[in-house]
Design a protein around this ligand. Structure first.
Ligand code: ADP
Ligand code: MG
Length: 448
């Protein structure tokens, strides 16, 4: 016996004791559970009189008992005509679902990220507008669309949302999501592996109608991949195919990106995504709590939204941790205290995992600079700047004595280290670019 039927039997058991035998036999017993969908129980009645009677005389009892056994109180009774339509719609929906699933296969697009569950606020309304315009008119407007912004602000979410929208509205289009890293690996594998054919690789990417490429900053320093990407891009672009790219900074700031690529990427629309304001953070938490059916005080949501202000992934993480901690201490409903503890715990934990090596590696890969030069004595500006940033971050994030940092890591005395640190903290005041970089770097480092 299926689950719905079983729960419905419990409802029948309730009602048989609550109403007269004759009403029960004539009306309630003849209802047939169809399915549970979107928090509602659908019931089939064998006549429209039956439906009317149940609704006018027994709807209160029904919703009470359904609430107890199903966990939600909403129900819909379908008379024979409505039932027939319901089946038709369900069939059409199921058929549509098959088409969508088919069209999604091998695209690497994740169905959980949609425009519907993307909260729009001041920080992202322009980029949202650009993304939805492109989704509506692939290949004709804003091509390429380049989205950039810090870690955890919704770039990947938007790329998948564009993908899902196009699949749903235009399932014939060939579409592919890939990270820059996957693209690079795919390409390099093809070159290395004699059984693989470069023509197949090219066919895969150059026959697309829509290419979504994520985390483009990782193309820095990979010359042959840049070359291949350049040709892929050109092919698609010349054929009016849509290219959408996301990265953590604008094209001209991606180190070692060839000039011809930078200028190609700048031909369309470049749109940044910023850190969400309090309002948006709060709505994101509220929605998430609703979807996950979390039992949590509004004040706790406010507290989290106030504390975690620069990264939506962390915002969601703090909410999950709060719920986890609440269940650990055996409480049913999460309050401000649980939120506070969860956030403090997370901060402690992420601090424990940070090491100087980890910081230096992150800075080097962020600026595409060789680690040995940062640790060495080279004085050209790029390298010296990266070295100073490493020193600043190590001093700031690890609370190590300056003398130790000097002696153990950079082989310099502590005044040199102090100057380097102060130089960065002074420049932070009026150098917005640096502020952004430091912010991004911290986020990446904290993430491990
Ligand atoms: P990025 O690619 O910029 O690092 P993601 O797209 O992976 O960030 O977003 C991180 C998390 O935050 C994801 O779970 C995503 O669904 C969520 N998120 C980001 N922006 C929003 C938004 N505006 N509304 C709802 N959820 C969001
Ligand atoms: Mg991402």
């Amino acid at each position: 016996m299926d689950d719905t039927r079983q729960k419905w039997n419990n409802v029948l058991n309730d009602l048989v004791n609550q109403i007269t035998a004759i009403s029960y036999d004539m009306w309630i017993k003849k209802l047939n559970p169809v399915e549970e969908k979107d928090g509602k129980l659908y019931l089939q009645a064998n006549s429209s009189i039956a439906k009317q009677t149940c609704m006018s005389s027994f709807s209160y009892l029904l919703s009470q008992s359904i609430g107890q056994h199903f966990g939600f109180e909403d129900f819909v009774i379908l008379d024979p005509t409505e039932y027939a339509n319901y089946l038709k719609t369900s069939e059409a929906e199921a058929a549509m679902q098959v088409v969508i699933e088919e069209a999604t296969r091998n695209t690497s697009i994740q169905s959980k990220y949609t425009f519907d569950n993307f909260v729009v606020g001041n920080s992202n309304k322009f980029v949202y507008y650009a993304a939805s315009t492109v989704a509506d008119n692939p290949g004709t407007k804003y091509n390429p669309l380049f989205i950039y912004g810090g870690v955890g602000l919704g770039k990947t979410h938007l790329l998948h949302a564009i993908g899902n929208y196009i699949i749903k509205n235009n399932p014939k289009l060939k579409i592919q999501y890939t990270t820059c890293e996957q693209f690079a690996n795919d390409f390099l594998d093809t070159l290395r592996d004699k059984t693989k054919n470069i023509a197949t690789f090219r066919e895969k990417y150059r026959n697309l109608d829509v290419l979504l490429i994520d985390d483009i900053q990782f193309i820095a320093g990979k010359t042959s991949v840049q070359e291949e990407f350049f040709h892929t891009f050109n092919d698609l672009y010349q054929n009016n195919k849509q290219v959408i790219i996301a990265g953590d900074r604008p094209p001209k700031e991606i180190a070692t990106l060839e000039e011809r690529i930078t200028s190609r990427l700048s031909m369309g629309l470049i749109q940044d995504i910023q850190s969400p304001d309090f309002e948006t953070r709060f709505v994101i938490l509220q929605k998430k709590a609703q979807v996950e059916k979390y039992n949590i005080d509004n004040e706790a949501l406010v507290y989290i939204a106030e504390k975690i202000d620069s990264n939506i992934r962390e915002l969601e993480g703090a909410l999950t941790n709060t719920m986890f901690l609440t269940s650990l201490v055996g409480k049913v409903r999460a309050g401000v205290n649980e939120a506070k503890n969860a956030i403090e715990e997370a901060i402690e934990e992420s601090k424990e995992n940070i090491t100087a090596t980890n910081i230096i590696d992150t800075v080097c890969s962020y600026y595409s600079i060789d680690k040995t030069s940062v640790l060495g004595n080279k004085r050209n500006k790029e390298i010296a700047d990266a070295r100073h940033i490493c020193i600043y971050l190590i001093a700031d994030m690890l609370n190590l004595p300056l003398a130790t940092i000097g002696r153990e890591i950079f082989h310099r005395d502590h005044t040199t280290i102090m100057h380097a640190r102060d130089k960065i903290s002074d420049s932070l005041e009026d150098n917005e670019r640096l502020r952004k970089d430091i912010n991004n770097l911290k986020q990446i480092i904290m993430k491990g």
